[in-house]
Design a protein. Structure first.
Length: 196
């Protein structure tokens, strides 16, 4: 992502930052240091930068985006301007574009496809349900969107699949980083439940 962004905007300096304290800690245990967003912004300030564009790689506007906005708020006094971009699925138009991307190469799929996002317990998890509903409204009945920690749940998706009774289902992580959730939840629990 960093390389593609740098290639698209060669006149800008890029500074990577991680919002997940867990990931920062795990990487540090391996000898890899990653900055928090606040640390990255203060580093840029010490280098003389006065204007920032902060772009998250989050999928929805959840807890990590709230944390990022708090960090930006605390750094505002040190800059002339800080602009914050939205996560991938922020508007109806964003969802339309993502649906086009997710379904472009698979118009005549024989199996059902279930995209599995992270989700959360905040209202923003409804974005996944909206994405699922929009797919169905576009006649994409073999495409489903579900979440690990939000809604639609695995059970809600199983109910949809029981109605259509597909012969096969492909689980696709709708995650930027496919770590433990992919191994333990999607390839573990979800796959097992679907096979039942």
């Amino acid at each position: 992502i960093n390389a593609k962004a740098q290639a698209a905007f060669p006149e800008l300096k890029f500074q990577e930052a991680y919002t997940s304290r867990i990931i920062i800690r795990r990487l540090k245990e391996r000898g890899i240091t990653k900055l928090t967003p606040l640390d990255a912004m203060l580093k840029l300030r010490s280098e003389g930068y006065t204007h920032l564009i902060v772009q998250s790689t989050n999928i929805i506007d959840g807890v990590e985006m709230e944390s990022l906005r708090r960090d930006v708020e605390s750094a505002l006094p040190f800059f002339k301007e800080i602009r914050v971009g939205t996560p991938l699925l922020y508007s109806v138009e964003d969802c339309e574009k993502v649906i086009d991307i997710l379904t472009a190469e698979q118009p005549e799929k024989k199996e059902d496809i279930v995209y599995v996002g992270h989700g959360n317990q905040l209202p923003s998890t409804a974005t996944y349900a909206m994405l699922d509903f929009m797919m169905k409204a576009h006649g994409l009945k073999k495409f489903h969107v579900s979440t690990i920690e939000g809604y639609p749940t695995l059970d809600a998706t199983l109910l949809q699949l029981k109605e259509t009774r597909p012969k096969s289902v492909t689980l696709v992580p709708l995650l930027l980083v496919c770590g433990n959730h992919t191994k333990e939840d999607i390839a573990g629990v979800w796959k097992t439940e679907l096979e039942k």
